[in-house]
Design a protein around this ligand. Structure first.
Ligand code: HEM
Length: 194
């Protein structure tokens, strides 16, 4: 759980700084107020999902059914709002043209994240607890990729890799793939254990 909170810390800090910038420097906001709403919804939704979600992986807290259910009712909508915000920000991309590819890489994972959350909701409604856990793990792995991406970027720079927008775009993709593979490993291990 601590590891998950640490992985979430960096992207959340980035989000808080962007929110502060939006509050203190209105010129930094996109020209459309709807996009500003999407930015705020994306940052708040993703941050709540990452923070609360970390606690759902603690076996002790999961054992307390009431807590797990109550937190789930907050964090699933928060994750959906966060993912929808990403999709809006990528579809109506307003940043520099060279960063558009990065937005595309992110949307390639934001769409499945939204789908996984919907499948997790359907699974829990049908009382399929294993499937619910698996879909939630997949969605969460995508959401906390910001931390993994930072680690991948650090390792890349330590080995002398040049940091440009092109390499950053690739490394962000690598971060998503690493987290998704780790999630699949965890799901398989859980299934083997029964
Ligand atoms: C705690 C988690 C996250 C935080 C705090 C966060 C924060 C941010 C911030 C501050 C921006 C820039 C908004 C702007 O000023 O225009 C942004 C953009 C974006 N984020 Fe996130 N994000 C998180 C996770 C994710 C995840 C998991 C995805 C995709 C699966 C994602 C997809 C996007 C997209 C598509 C954009 C717009 C395009 C771009 O700037 O590249 N974000 N996010």
């Amino acid at each position: 759980m601590t590891g998950l909170l640490l992985l979430s810390a960096l992207p959340i800090l980035g989000g808080v700084l962007r929110l502060e910038e939006l509050g203190t420097d209105p010129a930094s906001a996109p020209s459309s107020p709807a996009l500003t709403v999407a930015i705020v919804a994306h940052i708040v939704g993703m941050s709540v999902y990452c923070l609360l979600g970390a606690f759902q992986f603690s076996p002790a807290l999961r054992g307390r059914r009431a807590w797990h259910r109550r937190a789930g009712r907050v964090l699933i909508p928060a994750g959906m709002i966060g993912a929808l915000g990403s999709i809006v920000l990528a579809v109506f991309f307003y940043g520099p043209a060279e960063e558009f590819a990065l937005a595309i890489v992110r949307i390639v994972f934001a769409v499945p994240m939204l789908g996984f959350l919907m499948l997790a909701t359907r699974a829990i409604a049908r009382r399929r607890f294993d499937a619910h856990g698996a879909w939630m793990t997949r969605a969460y792995a995508i959401a906390i990729t910001g931390g993994t991406q930072a680690l991948v970027l650090i390792v890349w720079s330590l080995f002398g890799g040049e940091t440009s927008i092109v390499s950053e775009t690739w490394l962000v993709g690598v971060g998503f793939v690493i987290n998704s593979l780790v999630a699949e490993g965890i799901i398989r291990r859980r299934l083997r254990r029964g």
